[in-house]
Design a protein around this ligand. Structure first.
Ligand SMILES: Cc1ncc(COP(=O)(O)O)c(C=O)c1O
Length: 498
């Protein structure tokens, strides 16, 4: 990132009379606007737009575009978020007019290609999960969770078990799990983890009863560990008449190796934007389809893409459906990229994705565990959670300082302070798309950082334009709009006051 770039807003660059282009003098008679528009439609003053040259505009936006860290510019080991490389070929394919220019209100017979693609995507997701009925509608993992919980609620109402009002969630779960449960009208009950970081079966049993609707489990869990006792868990839940929901955010570890439907899950979501690539970050765009067992299929959102003979159509006539959860058919652009990814790799390729993701994570774990404690074992799935708690105790270096200092070396920070069951957590997910050289560079950098002066680390990053913003204030009180103020009453005043 270039620190010599201007930080001025276009408003601040504004100079009276400066223009991007000038029109030739008008050589036809003019008429006052009031002859064409009612006076009430006319503003007293022209809007206070910045007056700038074309080069100002171009430099401003090009410079802004280089400020972001992204998977295209830097290694991005953001645990749980699966920031893997997004193939550019998919962008070119998605831009083909036959896909990019269709309108969601076109009659089915004019969008057969797109419907075929969505139908096949439903089939692929059913096959990969081992759960036969799919809805492509949810726009993100969290919305997939919510949709599946609505489906579960509709099912229990339908079979006359409205007393099932509880959703059990492990204490290591992503925050979206309890949030989705609450939004869907359930009461959330937390299930403890053992010292090994797995679901505490005794605690689960003690909380399981006829009020339980769903157990939401992430497998591999957010500590990067496979819940080995998953069969026992799903059997207990089913004996109690409850459903098992699989948070599929970590599918990148198990593609083609095991299937949630085979180990007893009844419903799951996918994060297509993570597992099957789709440029994401900063809140979107996402795609969180859900897959469920046959007996839950009638409750899925409408429409579902169905095949009649050789043609495809959207089916709306499903009387038990929970209805729409999103406009049209979901985030088709991201589903499209996921489809390309699955088709390109095929079954063997997808399996290799997970094998390499797990291999890369274990390689980094092995290279870092003597400098960053990894409390939950020597082996992980596609990610692992390290902790800086000993470093904090012995050298006053916390997880945040390590994360911030990594930015100086051109690495995106790992996820920090999550999952909550590990203090001073650094959650590292390299993904399969990184080379051994990149992993080595990252490991060498972390090893160097933990040897640095704690007082220096506390003020990192040192090379970026902004060092440690007040993040809570930035979120709660974002200033996204330029306003004339006492100090900067006009665009001109703003510029003059700098
Ligand atoms: C384990 C887990 N579950 C659910 C989600 C929610 O997914 P999304 O961000 O697509 O809503 C995430 C996102 O990071 C996650 O890591």
């Amino acid at each position: 990132m270039n620190n010599t770039q201007s930080t001025e807003l276009l408003f601040e660059l504004s100079r009276p009379g400066r223009r991007c282009h000038r029109l030739p003098p008008c050589d036809v008679p003019t008429r006052p606007l009031t002859e064409m528009l009612p006076a009430t439609a006319l503003a007293d003053q022209p809007p206070p737009l910045p007056e700038v040259a074309e080069s100002d505009v171009i430099r401003h936006f090009v410079n802004l575009s280089t400020r972001n860290m992204s998977i295209d510019t830097n290694f991005y080991p953001l645990g749980s978020c699966t920031m893997k490389y997004n193939p550019k070929r998919h962008e070119r394919l998605a831009a083909l007019p036959g896909f990019a220019d269709v309108h969601p209100l076109q009659p089915d017979e004019t969008v057969q290609g797109m419907l075929e693609l969505l139908y096949e995507m439903q089939e692929f997701l059913a096959e990969i999960s081992g759960l036969p009925a799919v809805s492509l509608q949810p726009a993100a993992g969290a919305q997939g969770e919510l949709t599946a919980l609505y489906v579960a609620a509709a099912y229990f109402r339908d079979i006359n078990q409205p007393q099932r009002k509880r959703v059990l969630v492990p204490d290591s779960a992503h925050g979206t799990n309890p949030a989705s449960a609450a939004l869907a009208g359930f009461e959330t009950v937390t299930v403890k983890s053992t010292a090994e970081g797995l679901v505490d079966l005794a605690d689960l049993r003690s909380k399981l009863d006829e009020r339980t609707a769903v157990f939401m489990i992430t497998n591999p869990n957010t500590l990067g560990l496979f819940e080995k006792q998953i069969r026992e868990i799903t059997d207990r839940l089913h004996e109690a008449g409850a459903l098992v929901y699989l948070d599929g955010a970590n599918m990148n570890a198990i593609l083609g190796i095991t299937r949630p439907g085979d180990f007893g899950a009844d419903m799951q979501h996918y994060n297509v934007h993570k597992t099957f690539t789709g440029p994401h970050g900063a809140g979107g765009p996402g795609s969180g389809p859900i897959a469920v067992r046959d007996f839950l299929a009638p409750y899925l959102p409408v429409p579902v893409v169905v095949k009649d003979g050789d043609s495809y159509r959207l089916e709306f006539d499903r009387p038990k459906s929970i209805g729409r959860v999103r406009t049209f058919f979901g985030n088709v652009g991201i589903l499209f990229r996921g489809y390309c990814y699955i088709r390109t790799l095929g079954p063997d390729g997808l399996k290799a994705v997970s094998e390499n993701a797990v291999l890369n994570a274990n390689y980094l774990l092995a290279r870092l565990k003597d400098v960053l404690e990894v409390p939950h074992g020597d082996r992980c799935m596609h990610e692992f959670v390290a902790t800086a708690r000993k470093l904090l105790r012995n050298r006053k270096i916390n997880a945040m300082s390590i994360a911030k200092r990594l930015l100086d070396f051109g690495f995106h920070a790992p996820t920090v302070y999550f999952p909550l069951v590990v203090s001073e957590a650094l959650m590292i997910e390299p993904t399969e798309t990184e080379s051994r050289e990149t992993l080595d560079r990252f490991a060498d950098t972390v090893r160097q950082i933990v040897e640095e002066d704690p007082a220096f680390l506390e003020k990192a990053p040192h090379t970026l334009r902004i060092s440690r913003p007040d993040e809570a204030r930035a979120v709660k009180n974002p200033i996204l709009r330029w306003q004339p103020s006492a100090g900067n009453p006009t665009p001109e005043g703003a510029a003059a006051s700098r």
